[in-house]
Design a protein around this ligand. Structure first.
Ligand code: ADP
Length: 643
C-alpha cells in the first residue's frame, strides 16, 4: 500500500518536475524569440530607411551632365558640388573612358610651343650665363612676338624670374601679379600642364615677402578665390593642392579651404591604386577606414570615412524610436556580431554584406525576463507537488482509517462470537446436567440455577452493551432523564454485583454517603456505567479481589469511584482505554471477556449527563475510575460504609 502511494506521488511529481525543467529551459529561448519578433519590425524599418538614404545618396552623386562631355570643367564642378553638398567625404569624377577626370594624379601635358627652339634657347643661354637683364629682355620679346598664349605666358614667367634675379623686384612682381592675370593668359599652361596665372600669383607673393604690403593682401585674396573656384579654366588638382599648401606657408596664416581634405583624400585614394573596383554598394577602398561607392553610371565614385558612416546610421537611429534599453550597431563586412544580440538583418543593397544588429544594452535582459516566468513556473510546480503530496497524505489517512475500522470490525465479530459462545456453552452444560441428573438434589440444583442466572446476566449485559453501542453509533441513543436519588443507583449496582463475591478471597466494599442528593439522570444508563466499571474491576483483578464502590459529593458534584487491586494500567494507555474497541491486551486468549466497548459506553453516557470520567492507575497496583456528575443543590456528603 505504501509502495502504491509512493508511486502515486512520485510519478506525477517527477512528471511535473520534468515539465518544469523543460519549460524553464525553453523559457529563455521563448523570451528571446518573443523579443526578437517585436524588434524585428523595428530593424526592418531601419533597414528600409538606410536603403532609401543610400538610394538618394547614389542618385545625388550621379552627374548626368558629365555623360558625353569632353571638357574637364564639369568634372571639377561636380567634385566641388558633391563635396560641398556633403554627399561624401570626397569624390572622384571619371571621364567616359574610365580615367579620373577630377581629381587627376597626372597633369595633362601641354603641347610644347613650336618656337621654343630658336629664340627661347638664346634667352635661356643668357639666363644661364648670369645675364639676367638681357635674358629678361629676350623673354619679353618672345612674349611680345608670339600669338601662342602658352608660349607668351611662359616667356613672361621667365622674364619675371630673370628680373627678380637682376633685382628688379617691382617690375617682376608687376608681370607676375598683373600682366599674367590678364584674361588672355587665363588658360596659359606651363610645360607641366599647370595654369601659369595662379602659379605666378604665388611667386609674386614670395617676391613681395612682406605681409604688411597692401598688394600682398590683395594677391592673397585673389589667389584664395581662384583656388576655391572649380570653374573653367580649372586648376589641375595636383597644382591646386600644391598651391593650397604653399599659400598657407607664404601667407603665414591659417587659410580655410573647404575642399582641401576632400582633395587630399582623393589624392590618397588615387595614389593607392584601389584593389577593388568600386561598385554601387559600399566596399572597402583599400585605404584603411575608407569606403568607396560608385554612382549608378560609375562616373562618380564617392569616398566615405568609417566615422561618417557611423554618424549616418546613428542619425537615422536617433530619428527612430527604438525599443528602450536596446542599441543598434552597424557591422562592417566580416565583423563578428556581439555575443548577445536579438535580431540581425542585412543592412540593405547599398551596404552589401553589412549587418544591422539590435542588442539589449542590459546583458541580463533575457535572464531577467525569463526569471519572472521561471518563478511563476516554480510556484506552480511547488503548488502542484504540494497538492499531490497533500492529497496523497489525505488518501493515506483515509485508507489507514478504513483499514483500522475493518480490522476493528473483524475483531468485534470474532470477539462477539467468542463472548456469546462462552456463556451459552456453560448454560447449556448446566441445563443438560440438570436434565440428566434430575432436580432431586435441591442444593446442587440451586447452585446450578445460580450459575445459569450468572451466565445469563453476563450474556444480557454483553448484548446490552452491543445494543447501546449500536444505538450510540447511529445517534439513536435516547436518555430518559428524571430526578433520581444518586445513592439509589449505586445501591442497585452494588446489589446486582454482590452476588459474584461469594467466592473466597473476594472482598467488595460499598461506601455511599447517606446524604447524596438526587441527580437528573437516566437511571438505567447510569446503572450500566457503574456495572461496566465494576465488571472491569472484577475482570482485571487477580483471584484475591478487593473492589471498592464509593459514592460521595465533592465540589458540588456527585462522584462515584470504583477502585480495584487489579493489574492496573500504564500511563501510556490510560488515554486510550475510553476509545471504542480499544483493548490493552488484544489477544483472543486474553483473560476476562470483553470487546473493548465498555469504557467507551461509560464515557458516552457520562458525557451525555454533563459529567466526566477519569482513571487513576498504576501498572500492577490497581486502578481507580471516577465518575463525576453535576447536581443542582450542591449538598455535601461524606463517604460512609453501609455494607
Ligand atoms: P473490555 O470489554 O475489553 O473490558 P472496556 O472498554 O471495558 O473493554 O475496557 C477497555 C480496556 O481497558 C480493557 O480491555 C482493559 O485492558 C482496560 N481496563 C478497563 N478497566 C480496567 C481495570 N479496572 N483494570 C485494568 N485494565 C482495565
Amino acid at each position: 500500500m505504501l509502495l502504491l502511494l509512493l508511486v502515486v506521488v512520485l510519478v506525477p511529481t517527477s512528471g511535473v518536475l520534468w515539465f518544469m525543467s523543460q519549460a524553464m529551459g525553453n523559457e529563455q529561448l521563448a523570451v528571446r524569440q518573443k523579443l526578437s519578433d517585436v524588434y524585428q519590425a523595428e530593424l526592418i524599418g531601419l533597414q528600409q530607411e538606410l536603403q532609401q538614404y543610400w538610394q538618394a545618396r547614389s542618385a545625388a552623386l550621379e552627374a548626368p551632365e558629365l555623360v558625353g562631355e569632353e571638357s574637364s570643367a564639369p568634372s571639377a564642378l561636380v567634385f566641388a558640388e558633391r563635396v560641398r553638398g556633403g554627399l561624401a567625404d570626397s569624390v572622384v569624377v571619371y571621364d567616359p573612358t574610365g580615367r579620373p577626370a577630377y581629381p587627376a594624379l597626372a597633369l595633362a601635358n601641354a603641347p610644347s610651343p613650336e618656337t621654343v627652339t630658336a629664340d627661347w634657347r638664346r634667352a635661356e643661354r643668357l639666363e644661364h650665363s648670369g645675364q639676367s637683364q638681357l635674358a629678361a629682355k629676350r623673354y619679353a620679346a618672345i612674349a611680345e612676338a608670339t600669338e601662342d598664349r602658352n608660349l607668351a605666358g611662359r616667356a613672361l614667367q621667365a622674364q619675371a624670374r630673370c628680373l627678380a634675379r637682376a633685382g628688379a623686384m617691382p617690375a617682376a612682381i608687376s608681370i607676375l601679379a598683373e600682366e599674367l592675370s590678364l584674361p588672355e593668359y587665363e588658360r596659359a599652361v606651363d610645360a607641366q600642364g599647370r595654369l601659369i596665372a595662379p602659379s605666378a600669383l604665388l611667386r609674386a607673393l614670395e617676391l613681395i615677402g612682406d605681409g604688411s604690403d597692401a598688394a600682398f593682401e590683395t594677391i592673397i585674396d585673389t589667389l584664395v578665390e581662384r583656388l576655391r573656384s572649380y570653374r573653367d579654366p580649372v586648376i589641375p588638382s595636383a597644382q591646386r593642392l600644391f598651391l593650397m599648401k604653399q599659400l598657407g606657408e607664404v601667407a603665414a596664416v591659417e587659410l580655410d579651404f573647404d575642399t582641401l581634405s576632400a582633395e587630399l583624400l582623393a589624392e590618397r585614394y588615387l595614389a593607392s591604386d584601389p584593389p577593388t573596383a568600386p561598385t554601387t554598394s559600399l566596399q572597402p577602398s583599400g585605404l584603411e577606414g575608407i569606403w568607396h561607392l560608385a554612382s549608378p553610371s560609375g562616373a562618380v565614385v564617392a569616398l566615405y570615412e568609417q566615422e561618417r558612416l557611423n554618424q549616418v546610421v546613428e542619425s537615422l537611429i536617433a530619428r527612430r524610436a527604438l525599443p528602450q534599453s536596446t542599441t543598434v550597431e552597424l557591422l562592417v563586412p566580416g565583423e563578428e556580431p556581439p555575443d548577445l544580440f536579438l535580431v540581425s538583418l542585412p543592412a540593405g543593397g547599398f551596404l552589401q554584406d553589412w549587418q544591422l544588429v539590435l542588442r539589449p544594452e542590459d546583458q541580463t535582459l533575457f535572464a531577467r525576463a525569463a526569471n519572472q516566468r521561471i518563478k511563476a513556473y516554480l510556484l506552480t510546480g511547488v503548488l502542484v507537488v504540494g497538492t499531490i503530496v497533500g492529497l496523497a497524505m489525505l488518501v493515506a489517512r483515509l485508507i489507514e482509517r478504513q483499514l483500522r475500522l475493518t480490522r476493528l470490525k473483524n475483531d468485534l465479530l470474532a470477539t462477539v462470537s467468542h463472548e456469546l459462545k462462552t456463556p451459552l456453552a456453560s448454560m447449556r452444560l448446566l441445563v443438560d446436567t440438570l436434565l440428566e441428573t434430575g432436580t432431586g438434589d435441591a442444593q446442587r440444583t440451586d447452585d446450578y440455577l445460580r450459575l445459569i442466572a450468572k451466565e445469563n446476566l453476563r450474556l444480557s449485559r454483553l448484548v446490552d452493551n452491543f445494543l447501546t453501542f449500536s444505538r450510540m453509533e447511529q445517534g439513536r441513543q435516547a436518555f430518559d432523564l428524571e430526578p433520581v436519588p444518586a445513592g439509589s443507583i449505586a445501591e442497585a449496582a452494588a446489589d446486582s454485583f454482590s452476588e459474584r463475591f461469594r467466592a473466597a478471597g473476594c472482598r467488595f466494599e460499598v461506601q455511599i454517603a447517606s446524604d447524596l442528593p438526587s441527580i437528573v439522570a437516566d437511571r438505567d444508563a447510569l446503572l450500566t456505567v457503574l456495572l461496566n466499571l465494576l465488571d472491569n474491576a472484577y475482570k482485571y483483578s487477580p483471584e484475591e479481589k478487593h473492589i471498592v464502590l464509593s459514592g460521595y459529593l465533592e465540589a458540588g458534584q456527585v462522584c462515584f469511584t470504583v477502585r480495584d487491586n487489579g493489574i492496573g494500567l500504564s500511563s501510556r494507555v490510560t488515554g486510550k482505554i475510553f476509545d471504542r474497541f480499544y483493548q490493552v491486551d488484544q489477544r483472543l486468549s486474553r483473560p476476562g471477556a470483553g470487546c473493548g466497548l465498555g469504557l467507551s459506553i461509560v464515557k458516552f453516557i457520562v458525557s451525555a449527563h454533563g459529567g466526566s470520567v477519569a482513571v487513576d492507575s498504576q501498572l500492577g497496583e490497581g486502578s481507580t475510575f471516577t465518575v463525576r456528575l453535576p447536581v443542582a443543590d450542591g449538598t455535601q456528603g461524606s463517604p460512609e460504609e453501609i455494607r
